[in-house]
Design a protein around this ligand. Structure first.
Ligand code: ZN
Length: 397
């Protein structure tokens, strides 16, 4: 799904002109709302009659609505348009190693309803509960929900909707999309969590990320994943397997084993689990045994020295991997998502330190920013699998 660059729309000539023009108009409404037909015609250099016909179609499809009149610039005051966000249009299912979240959202990505439960290693149990939650949403809402996006913490083939390998639960070749769509009669789009979050940053992130054509999203959770965006499009590689940098080797004797079992992977040094292991080692007391990562972040933000040190040391390791990615890809921006982003003031300098090290050797640098998606980027990722397809250029690539 290619994100349309409104600054160079003339490049969008590959699909049919009609589809492309429709996407351009819908994206103008999305990004510049409230906007009038005349303004869209002026900015896109499309014929006024073409814009009006497209807006008629978009209104019929329930994607755009009129919201009254704007200021007159002499003649009749223009009618202003915006995205129609009256009801739920998407369901997102974000499976993480600990929790599965199911939510509905409107066309602009605002979450309207949300349910969650602890993820179970038995996929039949987990996806039966997912289906139950989806059916509750479908029953309680009007019938505008058209499809479901699902993100998983592992290797996923989006073209077949299959989970190739999810290391936490040892799920292999699991037909997740089929399991959900056969029970709900709705189409299901499946993707890896980091790819989905990258897609969400591209479409629904703040401009410091979404305006970049090339960026790398680093998702830190129980594991570490990356989503790579080239030229406004998530790069997936063969069978969707690109971005498995969590398993690049950055050292030996990591504080925890990686989800793949090795102790030399980036993830084993830089994940939430790694930070917690460092924290427990530094405390050595029984009070550290049951701490969750969220509490570790709270304690660090509250000024507790051991918690701060555990996060800073984890950020240094995270920075080593990011530095390798920056040297290799030279992206405009690196985005760090996950709970650790909440501790940005504490981890930012440790992250920058390693990257600046590379710059001093004359190698490429990049801006490094916290995720701009709010407190549940993984859920936004799952929702974006549905929402972005409404706005993306029709298979231009
Ligand atoms: Zn690994």
């Amino acid at each position: 799904m290619r994100r349309i660059d409104l600054k160079k729309v003339q490049t969008a000539r590959l699909a049919t002109i009609r589809d492309i023009n429709r996407q351009i108009v819908l994206n103008y409404v999305r990004e510049r709302e409230p906007i009038s037909r005349a303004e869209i015609a002026r900015e896109t250099a499309l014929q006024r009659s073409t814009v009006s016909a497209i807006i008629d179609d978009l209104q019929t499809e329930g994607l755009v609505e009129e919201i009254g009149e704007g200021e007159s610039t002499g003649g009749r005051p223009p009618t202003l348009l915006r995205l129609r966000t009256a009801g739920p249009i998407a369901i997102g299912v974000a499976v993480t190693p600990s929790v599965t979240t199911i939510a509905t959202s409107d066309l602009a990505g605002r979450v309207l309803g949300q349910k969650h439960f602890p993820t179970e290693a038995d996929p039949d149990h987990t996806f039966a509960r997912v289906v139950e939650c989806i059916e509750e949403f479908l029953k309680s809402k009007n019938g505008s929900i058209e499809s479901i996006g699902v993100s998983l913490p592992g290797l996923v083939d989006p073209s077949t909707g299959t989970a190739i390998y999810v290391p936490y639960f040892k799920w292999r070749e699991l037909p997740v999309a089929r399991m959900i769509s056969s029970a709900t009669n709705l189409p299901v789009t499946l993707d890896n969590d980091a790819n989905a979050v990258a897609l969400a940053e591209l479409w629904f992130g703040r401009p410091e990320v979404s305006d970049a054509r090339d960026f790398i999203l680093v998702l830190v959770g129980e594991g570490v994943g990356t989503g790579i965006v080239f030229d406004g499009q998530v790069y997936r590689g063969e069978r969707g397997a690109a971005g498995e940098f969590g398993h690049m080797i950055i050292g030996t004797h990591a504080p925890v084993p990686c989800s793949c079992g090795n102790r030399d992977c980036w993830e084993a040094f830089s994940s939430e689990r790694a930070a917690l292991a460092r924290y427990r080692t530094s405390l050595r007391g029984p009070e550290s045994a049951e701490v969750e990562f969220k509490q570790l972040v709270d304690r660090a933000l509250g000024g507790e020295p051991q918690a701060k040190a555990a996060l800073e040391n984890t950020a240094l390791c995270l920075g080593i991997g990011i530095s390798n990615l920056v040297v290799g890809f030279s992206p405009e921006v690196v985005v760090v998502g996950g709970e650790i982003a909440r501790a940005w003031p504490l981890v930012e300098s440790a992250l920058r330190e390693t990257i600046e090290h590379s710059v001093r050797r004359g190698l490429p640098s990049a801006r490094i920013v916290a995720s701009t998606l709010g407190d549940n980027p993984t859920l936004m990722g799952a929702l974006s699998l549905v929402l972005a397809s409404k706005f993306a250029a029709a298979a231009a690539a």
